[in-house]
Ligand binder design. Structure first.
Ligand code: BGC
Length: 389
C-alpha cells in the first residue's frame, strides 16, 4: 500500500518528520535567530470515514513558522496560518474544526477538485462518438467532479523531498467510469510549502482511455483571518476578458472584454466596489462567480491574480500555467455554516481563486481543450505567494 509509511506513523501517534533535522517542532520554536528553523512535516490521526478508512492530518511548517494543515481526505487544507503586519498569526482559510464537519456538508472548503473543476453543461459530453453521462449535482449541471469527486476520497499521501521547503504528494487512481468519466486516471498532486512563504500545487495525470481532466484547488481565503467579510479585499486579475455565463453558470461561449464592466480587475480594486446584487451583469448568485481569461501565454507560469487585505496587511499573488481563473466571491455562503472556532461564515466570508481551464470546455469547441489521451501527460502548476504589504 502506497501510504503504508503513514499507517505505521499513525501507530506511533503524532510523529514529527523533519527535513534535514530531527528536532521536534516544540524544540524548533526555542531555536534562536542565529539558527534558522527547519521546515517540518508532522502527522496525526484525524478520524475515520464511514468506510472505516483512516484519515491523517499533516502539519507542514516552513522555516518562518508559516503553517499549513492538510488532510488525506480530499487533500483538504484545513488551516493555513500566516503573520499579519504586526506579526500575529491567523488562520486565513475557511473550514471546519474536525472531520465530521467536512463529511456532513461542505462547499468544497480547501479541497482538490477533479476530475473536472467547474461545470459541465447538463453533465454530458461526447468523446469518439460516445456520449458520457455524469452526475448532475448543481442546478441541472455537473459541478466539481460530481457527487463523490476528488474532494471526497481519501488520498495516498507521502512526504517527498523538496529544495524549496516541505512537500506532500497526494496520489490515487480514479477508476474507469468513476462518476461517469472514462479511463483509469492516475493522478498525482504535490503540495509544497516553500520557505519563501509560497504554497505550490503541482498536478499530473495520465489515462488509459480518451477522457477529460481539469484539476484545481478550492481553498476559500479570508486574509483578515475571518474577522469580517471579504468585500474590502483588493483583487487584481491579469485578464482583459471574462467568460459570461447563463443563469445556471454555464458559459455562453463568448469571451467578453472586461473594460467598462464590473469584471474589470486589471487594476487592483476592492471586491465590494461593484458587486451590488442589483447589478444585473453579475447573473445568478449575485456576485462574482466567473472564469477570467488570463492574458499571456498559458504554457508559462504567469501572474494571474493578486489579493490584498488592508487591515491585516496580508497579500497574496497567484501564478499559474492555466489559461483561466475562477474568481468566486463566496456568494453562496449565507451564515448557515459555523466553521472553525465557532465563526459563522456569513455572506461572502471567503473568496476562491481557482486556476483552471474554462468551464464546460468539453462542450465548447472554441475553448482550449481539456481532453487527455493515453500516452499524454496532463501537467499544470499553480503557485501562491503570501506576504505583507
Ligand atoms: C463555483 C461556485 C460554487 C462553489 C462551491 C465555485 O467554484 O464556481 O458556483 O458555489 O464553487 O460550492
Amino acid at each position: 500500500m502506497k501510504n503504508s509509511i503513514f499507517n505505521s506513523l499513525l501507530v506511533a501517534g503524532i510523529v514529527a518528520m523533519t527535513v534535514g533535522c530531527s528536532a521536534p517542532k516544540s524544540q524548533e520554536k526555542e531555536e534562536t535567530t542565529e539558527e534558522m528553523a527547519k521546515a517540518t512535516i508532522a502527522s496525526e490521526p484525524f478520524g475515520e470515514l464511514p468506510t472505516g478508512e483512516k484519515v491523517t492530518l499533516f502539519t507542514m511548517t516552513n522555516a518562518n513558522g508559516v503553517e499549513a494543515k492538510v488532510m488525506s481526505y480530499g487533500g483538504i487544507i484545513t488551516s493555513f496560518k500566516t503573520p499579519d503586519k504586526n506579526g500575529n498569526m491567523d488562520d486565513i482559510v475557511l473550514g471546519y474544526d474536525n472531520l465530521q464537519g467536512y463529511l456532513e456538508t461542505t462547499p468544497y472548503f480547501g479541497a482538490i477538485i477533479g476530475r473536472y473543476g467547474n461545470r459541465i453543461a447538463k453533465g454530458k459530453f461526447t468523446i469518439d462518438g460516445v456520449e458520457y453521462d455524469l452526475a448532475v449535482n448543481n442546478i441541472g449541471n455537473h459541478l466539481h467532479g460530481g457527487l463523490a469527486g476528488f474532494d471526497k476520497v481519501n488520498w495516498n499521501v507521502k512526504e517527498v523531498p523538496s529544495e524549496k521547503g516541505v512537500a506532500l504528494e497526494f496520489k490515487r487512481t480514479s477508476p474507469d467510469m468513476e462518476e461517469g468519466y472514462p479511463g483509469n486516471l492516475d493522478v498525482t498532486v504535490v503540495y509544497t510549502l516553500g520557505d519563501d512563504n509560497t504554497l505550490e500545487f503541482d498536478y499530473t495525470a495520465t489515462t488509459d482511455k480518451n477522457t477529460v481532466v481539469n484539476l484545481t484547488q478550492h481553498s476559500y481565503f479570508n486574509l483578515n483571518g475571518s474577522k469580517s467579510d471579504i468585500l474590502d479585499h483588493e483583487i487584481m486579475l491579469n485578464a482583459d476578458q471574462f467568460i459570461p455565463v447563463d443563469e445556471t453558470l454555464i458559459p455562453t461561449g463568448e469571451l467578453r472584454p472586461v473594460a467598462g464592466t464590473p469584471f474589470d480587475f486589471t487594476q487592483s480594486k476592492k471586491i465590494g466596489v461593484e458587486i451590488s446584487a442589483e447589478n444585473q451583469q453579475l447573473a445568478y448568485g449575485g456576485g462574482y462567480d466567473h472564469c477570467w481569461v488570463l492574458n499571456d501565454d498559458p504554457k508559462e507560469m504567469m501572474l494571474a491574480a493578486t489579493a490584498y487585505e488592508p487591515n491585516s496587511g496580508r497579500a497574496m499573488d497567484v501564478y499559474t500555467t492555466e489559461p483561466g481563473i475562477q474568481f468566486y466571491s463566496g456568494n453562496f455562503l449565507d451564515g448557515t455554516i459555523t466553521g472553525k472556532n465557532g465563526v459563522v461564515y456569513n455572506h461572502r466570508y471567503g473568496f476562491c481563486l481557482e486556476t483552471q481551464h474554462f468551464p464546460d470546455s468539453p462542450n465548447q469547441e472554441s475553448f482550449p481543450t481539456t481532453n487527455l489521451a493515453p500516452g499524454e501527460t496532463y501537467h499544470t502548476t499553480t503557485l501562491m505567494k503570501f506576504y505583507i504589504k
